[in-house]
Design a protein around this ligand. Structure first.
Ligand SMILES: *[C@@H]1O[C@H](CO)[C@@H](O)[C@H](O)[C@H]1NC(C)=O
Ligand SMILES: *[C@@H]1O[C@H](CO)[C@@H](O)[C@H](O)[C@H]1NC(C)=O
Ligand SMILES: *[C@@H]1O[C@H](CO)[C@@H](O)[C@H](O)[C@H]1NC(C)=O
Ligand SMILES: [Zn+2]
Length: 189
């Protein structure tokens, strides 16, 4: 009797564990957002709902020239944005990121050519979004600007990003020091 009881309990655990595994797997594979039903007004077109949590995945192009310089510049650019937003940039392995279905992430590449980084470089709304870092945009605020383009913001030549859209994007969710960060944001604008 005891034996059967023990076996049953094990079976139960096994089923629960399997479910946990499968459910997690499901989240990883499909990257759908049914759990997060919140929508923030004013977000740019093609904003992936997976980013509503404020977590923005990114990878470095491992084959990029100047990978050390690239990662140092991008770190500074991200920290510039994180100080002024409720966003958190999380690094992923480029191969793993490419394997995930419907996973939208920033893909940083360095170019030594004096190209503009003040452009939209991606065409498909979901999946890999190229952020080109070049010698003409190496200040933290410039790297941040290039990242914001890849996150869906755009502006006319010589104009700023739309303030409402930018604010919605920087604060898709609340974080503990959101009020203070919003004040920094308001000071810039
Ligand atoms: C998501 O929110 C909308 C509007 O508030 C609501 O009508 C809908 O039922 C919600 N869906 C889920 C799956 O919770
Ligand atoms: C892919 O993700 C987007 C949001 O980022 C969502 O609108 C779309 O329905 C997803 N597609 C699939 C096939 O899950
Ligand atoms: C990265 O940038 C270099 C230099 O501009 C370019 O040759 C290369 O094709 C880019 N790689 C990708 C994956 O975009
Ligand atoms: Zn720009």
């Amino acid at each position: 009797m005891d034996r059967i009881h023990i076996t049953r309990r094990h079976n139960g655990n096994w089923i629960i564990n399997l479910c946990v595994l499968l459910c997690n797997l499901n989240i990883i594979i499909s990257q759908s957002c049914n759990s997060n039903n919140e929508t923030v007004d004013g977000l740019p077109e093609n904003w992936p709902c997976q980013w509503n949590s404020g977590q923005i995945p990114f990878v470095f192009n491992f084959y990029s020239i100047g990978i050390k310089r690239l990662s140092s510049l991008v770190k500074k650019g991200h920290s510039y944005l994180e100080k002024r937003s409720c966003l958190k940039f999380t690094e992923h392995h480029p191969v793993e990121a490419a394997k995930m279905k419907n996973f939208t992430y920033l893909f940083y590449n360095y170019s030594g050519v004096l190209e503009s980084c003040c452009l939209h470089y991606y065409t498909k709304p979901f999946g890999r979004r190229l952020v080109l870092i070049t010698p003409v945009c190496t200040l933290p605020s410039e790297v941040a600007h290039a990242a914001l383009h890849a996150m869906g913001l755009s502006h006319r030549k010589y104009e700023l990003f739309n303030e409402v859209t930018t604010k919605a994007m920087l604060f898709p969710t609340e974080c503990h020091d959101a009020e203070q960060k919003k004040r920094i944001f308001d000071r810039i604008h």
